[in-house]
Design a protein around this ligand. Structure first.
Ligand code: DGL
Length: 281
């Protein structure tokens, strides 16, 4: 079945989705780097985490969310979730007639271009690591690069607990990163939405010889290039109908708003809860 969008114009919003709150790190980079763009964000807070789920399930969830975002007449979609980008982008891309961007390719590209010793580490959820997609994208740029992946499932709950600088989080990070550092990597991709929030802790552990790649930031820059290329960039001159940033979730709207307000450069006043299961099988 092909999914059809009714109208596309430069003042329409960007649809951004994630399994929950983590994708706000991507929304934050879009707000900072593309301040004229409007955003409709969807966080699948009822079904988070995606990082331990099967590809089949993540594709089904992602397709439902894309259908919802299309009802909001978005001009482009960003899959802010690394896991959904790894497992579902290929399945969705062909069905859409608007641009869609995942967070893996932009992060992989920068890591491939900047590594000097051709040894790149990737930390992410179990499903992202198992997919091997970061490695595939990196090797598409340079087949000589060796990619070392490490699943770090404890980081997501620790970040959501707000333990960003806690000694417990530091100890967990030291254990996870030990084997990657022993591989003598010179670049480390923060391949999960939550990890940029513990970037300073990572820096403390890896030292300044390892480059930290933040796919959220690289995706915002890539989105800017893509919108310009497609003639879809909002020049700010058009009168925007409605709120600039809109937030939708599948559960626990208040908890979402609390987290959003702790990390966004913008005060989230309203978060709407929707039934995402209504958007197709
Ligand atoms: N958003 C997910 C990611 O970037 C992390 C949380 C989850 O497992 O759903 O992979």
């Amino acid at each position: 079945m092909s999914i059809i969008i009714e109208e596309t114009h430069s003042s329409a919003p960007i649809g951004v989705f994630d399994s929950g709150v983590g994708g706000l790190t991507v929304a934050r980079e879009i707000m900072r780097n593309l301040p004229d763009e409007r955003i409709v964000y969807f966080g699948d807070t009822a079904r988070v985490p995606y990082g331990s789920k099967s590809q089949e399930t993540v594709i089904r969830y992602s397709k439902q969310i894309v259908r919802f975002l299309q009802t909001q007449h978005v001009k482009a979609i960003v899959i802010a979730c690394n896991t959904a980008s790894a497992l579902a982008l290929d399945a969705i891309e062909g069905e859409l007639d608007i641009p869609i961007l995942g967070v893996l390719r932009p992060g992989a590209k920068v890591a491939a271009e900047t590594t000097k010793n051709k040894r790149v580490g990737v930390i992410a959820t179990e499903s992202t690591i198992r997919s091997g997609m970061y490695g595939r994208y990196i090797k598409a740029h340079d087949p000589e690069i060796t990619v070392y992946g490490k699943a770090c499932p404890l980081f997501v709950p620790l970040v959501e607990e707000g333990w960003l600088k806690d000694p417990v989080t530091e100890e967990v990070a030291r254990r996870y990163l030990k084997e990657l550092l022993e591989k003598n990597i010179d670049s480390l991709i923060l391949g999960c939405t939550h990890y940029p929030l513990i970037r300073s802790l990572m820096r403390k552990i890896v030292g300044d010889k390892v480059q930290l790649v933040n796919p959220a930031y690289e995706t915002a820059l890539e989105l800017g290039r893509l919108l310009t290329r497609e003639g879809l960039a909002n020049d700010g001159g058009t009168d925007c109908a409605g709120e600039k940033y809109q937030f939708f979730v599948s559960d626990a709207a208040e908890k979402f708003a609390e987290f959003a307000n702790s990390i966004l450069p913008y005060d989230v006043k309203k978060t709407r809860k929707i039934n995402i299961e209504e958007y197709g099988a």
